[in-house]
Design a protein around this ligand. Structure first.
Ligand SMILES: Nc1ncnc2c1ncn2[C@@H]1O[C@H](COP(=O)(O)OP(=O)(O)OP(=O)(O)O)[C@@H](O)[C@H]1O
Length: 602
């Protein structure tokens, strides 16, 4: 067996002390663009760093250029320095042009698209239990927002950071070669701001991570609110929920205010240190000129350089704040990518028949204290209909989710045709089982495409045949654009029974050997129920069927009824035999009969 299942992925903490290094950010960035684009991205980053360095040295060349122009006997030396400056600046521009080509020629956009696809593929293989722990809005903001935050602007942000740090540093090094006293003074500004920055960075990083989290929560709340609005209005609680939403926004506002305050202080400190340091350099320069050991032209040149560099250097904390946003997004993406898929047991196998067995199955949800399923043994013969009955919360749905391998039991095992589910490749289990739920999810696509989802390679005729067998034709023909009506626009106008029949058509098209029916007719009126029932009859013929049922009248003909209580199998048999035993099932049957008589009488 490979890696253990259900490994909850902790966000990757890159820095041991909390302060993540730039190198870690680069590495995470390269990881996130994937192996195809990582070398190109590395080259682009190296190009931007080299461009920033050359630009710094080019600026430093102004000092000898001015001095030569002011003191030299002819234009010769000045021209040489001018040439050096032009070559350095020109090469810097060319390098930057080439490096940013990664952005301009669409490779970054393609890398973003690929990352989104990888995240999508990851969502497909993540054990569903873990996926359900995350809210739809959070995933949405991760797959869309985080990917854009982290990749699309990466090169622009990094270019700003490099020109704010590398260019001044190299300019100072260049001046050092020209006049060691001024160069040294300029270089001293760096040891002053680097510790300041290192001291503030963990707090800034934490702030950005909290902000990112708050954004995700707000996005999930907005999605939930808008999706649930019809229900909230119906129960008159839209205002109450809106207040909760406002509370989320207020929390976001507080975090933003706090973050700005936290970010502003180091910003002002660094800006002040830089400004004071540069003024000190000029002061010393003036003093050297007065003392006669520096030519005024050289001071003029240093003045030009200082003015040119003071702005980016003093605002570099701002740019690094953008880097923090990127890093926080990268961490969230890395955490999602680190969740391992359910393990595959060796040797991989596919069942040849479709008898289902639960053998000594025990299962406890990750966040629950006691087991939901206990010592559960059952055999569901091939091509038979088994009904699961029992009080609400007894574990019926959990059993079907174990069959779909949304999670693995901690005890015992589930087999199909004698093959342990863990041996069956994850993508093949989906092909073995069709599920028809009470709530049907319709995608924002045409009716045709919604049904075709059952088997994407199916021809139009096959889709139409499945729809006919599922009793869909009458209402599809009444739709404004027939088969090509987009269900996103009118999905809400389809009745429960019609939605249900679309989902049965999907299952018919898929033609999986095992069918799970999760009370598909429970919420329907009698007329819809009849139509859905005939659709179901077409679906379940010759299949191994599991029905979750609350209304016992719907399952009297089942080949076997499994009565579950508190996660345990308490009775099994046909309806008549179970009534004869006079146990839990007979009491449930009597209670439902009494309820029916009471509602008729009432
Ligand atoms: N993701 C989860 N985490 C923790 N507990 C869960 C989870 N899903 C379900 N449960 C709990 O497990 C128990 C069994 O739930 P399950 O949905 O299987 O019951 P059920 O018999 O299908 O109920 P119903 O007939 O009401 O649909 C319940 O107590 C439920 O609260």
């Amino acid at each position: 067996m490979n890696a253990p299942a259900n490994a909850k992925a902790a966000p990757r903490k890159a820095g041991k002390t909390g302060a993540t290094s730039f190198l870690t950010t680069f590495r995470q960035l390269a990881d996130s663009v994937g192996p195809e684009d990582a070398p190109g991205l590395r080259r682009a980053l190296a190009g931007l760093i080299a461009a920033a360095a050359l630009q710094g040295f080019g600026l430093a060349a102004i000092a000898p250029l001015f001095t030569a122009a002011a003191t030299g006997p002819g234009l010769g030396e000045a021209l040489v320095w001018f040439g050096v400056m032009v070559v350095l600046m020109g090469t810097a521009s060319a390098l930057r042009w080439v490096a940013q080509g990664f952005d301009f020629d669409g490779r970054m956009v393609r890398a973003t698209w690929r990352l989104r696809s990888r995240l999508g593929a990851k969502l497909r293989e993540i054990p569903l239990e873990q996926l359900q722990d995350r809210r739809a809005g959070e995933l949405n903001s991760m797959v869309l927002g985080n990917v854009d935050e982290n990749l699309l602007y990466a090169l622009t942000v990094l270019n700003l950071v490099f020109t704010a740090v590398v260019t001044p540093f190299c300019a100072a090094l260049g001046i050092l070669l020209f006049d060691w006293r001024l160069g040294l003074l300029l270089l001293l500004v760096f040891p002053a701001i680097v510790p300041l920055y290192r001291w503030r960075r963990p707090a800034l990083g934490r702030g950005k991570r909290i902000l990112g989290q708050a954004h995700q929560e707000a996005s999930a709340d907005v999605l939930e609110y808008t999706q649930g609005l019809p229900i909230l209005r119906a129960v008159g609680r839209a205002g109450e929920k809106a207040e909760r939403l406002s509370a989320t926004f207020r929390k976001l506002e507080q975090i933003q205010i706090f973050g700005h305050r936290k970010g502003a202080k180091p910003n002002i400190i660094v800006a002040s240190v830089v400004e004071l340091g540069l003024v000190a350099v000029l002061g010393v320069g003036v003093w050297l000129v007065v003392a006669g050991s520096l030519h005024p032209a050289a001071l003029g040149a240093v003045f030009v350089i200082v003015v040119r560099l003071s702005e980016p250097l003093s605002t570099f904390i701002l740019y690094t704040a953008m880097l923090e946003v990127m890093e926080a997004a990268l961490e969230r993406i890395a955490a999602l990518m680190a969740i391992r898929p359910a393990p595959q047991m060796d040797p991989p196998a596919m069942p040849e028949s479709h008898e289902i067995r639960f053998e000594g199955v025990g299962f406890t949800y990750a966040n629950a204290d006691s087991p939901t399923i206990r010592d559960f043994d059952a055999v569901l013969p091939e091509r038979s209909l088994t009904a699961l009955v029992g009080p609400s919360g007894c574990g019926k749905t959990t059993l079907t989710r174990l069959l779909l391998r949304h999670f693995d039991p901690q005890k015992g095992h589930v087999t199909i045709g004698g093959v342990d589910l863990r041996q069956i490749p994850a993508d093949r289990i989906d092909g073995l089982v069709s599920v028809v739920f009470q709530d049907v999810y319709l995608f924002n696509d045409t009716v045709l495409a919604n049904i075709r989802m059952g088997r994407p390679e199916a021809s139009d005729d096959e889709v139409r045949a499945a729809a006919a067998a599922a009793q869909c034709l009458d209402f599809i023909e009444r739709l404004p654009q027939g088969w090509h009506t987009p269900l996103g626009e009118i999905g809400g106008r389809l009745s429960g029974g019609e939605r249900q029949r679309i989902s049965i058509a999907r299952a018919l098209l898929k033609d999986a050997p095992i069918v799970v029916l999760d009370e598909p007719t429970a919420a329907l009126d009698t007329e819809s129920e009849l139509a859905v029932q005939s659709a179901l009859d077409a679906l379940v013929a010759e299949k191994t069927v599991i029905v979750i049922a609350h209304r016992l009248s719907t399952i009297v003909g089942a080949d076997q009824i499994l009565v579950i209580e508190n996660g345990k199998l308490v009775q099994a048999g046909r309806h008549g035999a179970l009534i004869g035993q006079g146990g839990r099932y007979a009491r449930m049957w009597a209670a439902q009969g009494a309820r029916k008589r009471w509602s008729v009488a009432g």
